[in-house]
Design a protein around this ligand. Structure first.
Ligand code: NAD
Length: 436
């Protein structure tokens, strides 16, 4: 099939590449000229494990190309995916301006029947708005379906190639058939394509992300309680996670969720609820708790230095919002760095993949280290913000030589308390006793 993917960011590039991998001809469209030029020069624009091999192969074999010209990109396409940003607007609702702009443009340029697919995370009712925006000027027949994306950054290729399920909101047999054919190679192991009405599909994505954000936040509250009651959240996690009704995943306590999805999607769902006069109490609490959780390490850090961080140098390990990505959107590290700078501290930061993106935010306000040990050189304390595996088993003797004080504020619970005790560190983590 000939497919167009409009918006070539984290979702669009993975989607386009993976559809090319199953034999389709895919054209990815983006308005960002620099991005498209890089992609045309076979330079990948995001870090996503496993993507580069597929990206190179499909370009080489002539199934994947890139353009800034929407009309050229959609020419002959049977399916047009919209993988456009839906950032939070001022009131917290999802801003649909990118999606509706492209829908409007499509109305002017569609030449043949096509299925237009909302892949972006969009509130209930968006497919109707997209349909109306295209229909205003369209001279040909078209269908709009909702196909929310559940991939996780860091394992996006695996998630896309072997999804737990594919959700498709479609109310027309012709469009359903097209989507079923497209996704058949991805569900060969028997995972389902779940067809439903469009509104339910739109809501499913928000329900999934909000549930996961709630699960994380619930465990973070248990962790905060553990600290006050003298319990250990890792033990509690194991105790509850083995209950098959609860499950082991998304129970790790830490300094809160970030990323380009959970924060904005929880906010957008709360806003959607309030628009229909429903007070979604849990979501409001989740946002509130997560906001506070992100800066959880600042207070103990300040206390350790007698209430004054001015002139102190803090090493930061991890900048991305989670491991295996270079995405820094809403990353807890950024908020913490901003806070540290406002308190007069100096920051030396290291991340295996996200440094370039963070340079765009802080420029020369912080020091970007060459590796994790360079970040520690002369630092007064270490803060851990992202659980990159490389930080899990560091050379502690090398750390000891570099750090001015043997103190770690670990927002991701990477180390065993006994080990820290043996090594003689002062060690703060989340939901566990402080080692001093
Ligand atoms: P992104 O910001 O990485 O990519 C969006 C791209 O769209 C950018 O490259 C931008 O230049 C381009 N764009 C903007 N206006 C355009 C236009 N008029 N024409 C062509 N291109 C245009 O965003 P993303 O992370 O890929 O997310 C896209 C959507 O997918 C969002 O709704 C998001 O909520 C959803 N989503 C994201 C993830 C994720 O993990 N990132 C997962 C599931 C769903």
């Amino acid at each position: 099939m000939k497919i167009a993917v409009v918006g070539t960011g984290y979702v669009g590039l993975v989607t386009g590449t993976c559809f090319a991998e199953t034999g389709n001809h895919v054209t990815c469209v983006d308005i960002d000229e620099k991005k498209v030029e890089k992609l045309r020069n076979k330079q990948i624009t995001i870090y996503e494990p496993g993507l580069e091999v597929l990206f190179e192969r499909n370009i080489r074999q002539g199934r994947l190309d890139f353009t800034t010209d929407l009309a050229e990109g959609i020419k002959g396409a049977q399916i047009i995916f919209l993988a456009l940003p839906t950032p939070p607007g001022e009131d917290g609702s999802a801003d649909l301006k990118y999606v509706l702009k492209v829908a409007d443009d499509l109305g002017h340029i569609l030449e043949d029947y096509a299925v237009v697919v909302d892949k972006s995370t969009v509130p209930v009712g968006t497919a109707d708005k997209v349909t109306a925006a295209i229909a205003k000027n369209a001279k040909v027949d078209f269908d709009v379906v909702s196909n929310p994306e559940f991939l996780r950054e860091g394992v996006a290729v695996e998630d896309f190639m072997k999804p737990d399920r594919v959700v498709i909101g479609a109310e027309n047999e012709k469009a359903k058939k097209v989507m079923e054919k497209l996704y058949a190679p991805f569900v060969r192991q028997g995972n389902p394509i779940i067809f439903m009405d469009v509104k339910s599909a739109e809501l499913t994505k928000y329900a999934a992300n909000s549930f996961l954000a709630t699960k994380i936040t619930f465990m973070n509250e248990i962790a905060n309680l553990c600290e006050l009651l003298g319990a250990d959240v890792d033990m509690v996690r194991k105790g509850v996670g083995t209950d098959s009704r609860i499950g082991k995943r998304f129970l790790f306590a830490g300094i809160g969720y970030g990323g380009s999805c959970f924060p904005k999607d929880v906010q957008a769902l709360a806003k959607s609820a309030s628009e229909v006069k429903y007070d979604f109490k849990i979501l409001n609490s989740v946002m509130d708790v997560n906001h506070k959780q992100k800066e959880k390490m600042i207070e103990p850090l300040k206390e350790y230095f007698g209430g004054d961080l001015s002139g102190k140098t803090i090493a930061i390990w991890g900048l991305a919002f989670k491991p295996y990505t270079d995405d820094i959107r809403e990353a807890p590290a950024l908020e913490n760095i901003t806070k540290l700078l406002s308190l007069g501290a100096k920051v030396k930061a290291y991340d295996p993949e996200a440094m370039e993106n963070v340079k765009g935010v802080f420029g020369d306000k912080i020091y970007f280290a060459n590796d994790e040990y360079d970040a520690l050189e002369g630092a007064d304390a270490l803060m851990i913000m992202t659980e990159w595996p490389v930080f899990r088993t560091p050379e502690f003797d090398k750390m000891e030589k570099a750090l001015a004080n043997k103190v770690i504020f670990d927002g991701r619970n990477l180390y065993e308390l006994e080990n820290m005790e043996e090594l003689g560190y002062t060690y703060y983590s989340v939901g566990r006793k402080t080692v001093q």
